[in-house]
Design a protein around this ligand. Structure first.
Ligand SMILES: [Zn+2]
Length: 98
């Protein structure tokens, strides 16, 4: 993605793509939904704005793997995700399979 495209994406995003938490400008990180290490492209359709905790937690996982983790794990990271995402209406992770 070009820098200008990334800047536009950052400025438009208000919430984390994954947990829905509201973000200040300095909290916005870019995340590849399908990681580049798993063949994900560096294009608009594969890049979202995420909060730092979601970005760290998802790391190199595919969306399906991330959904599985936050659905099933009792570790602190996934538990914190569920607490943040309680206000996120879609609960996409309950329907997303790897
Ligand atoms: Zn988040």
């Amino acid at each position: 993605m070009r820098k200008r495209e990334k800047l536009r994406l950052r400025s438009r995003a208000r919430r984390c793509h994954y947990c829905g938490v509201g973000l200040r400008e300095t909290q916005k990180t870019l995340d590849h939904v399908q990681p580049r290490t798993l063949g994900g492209v560096d294009r608009r359709k594969n890049v979202v704005i995420a909060c730092p905790p979601c970005n760290r937690l998802k790391a190199g996982m595919s969306l399906g793997e991330f959904a599985e983790l936050v659905r099933t794990s009792t570790d602190p990271g996934p538990a914190a995700f569920r607490a943040r995402a309680n206000r996120c209406g879609s609960r996409w992770w309950e329907r997303t399979r790897g």
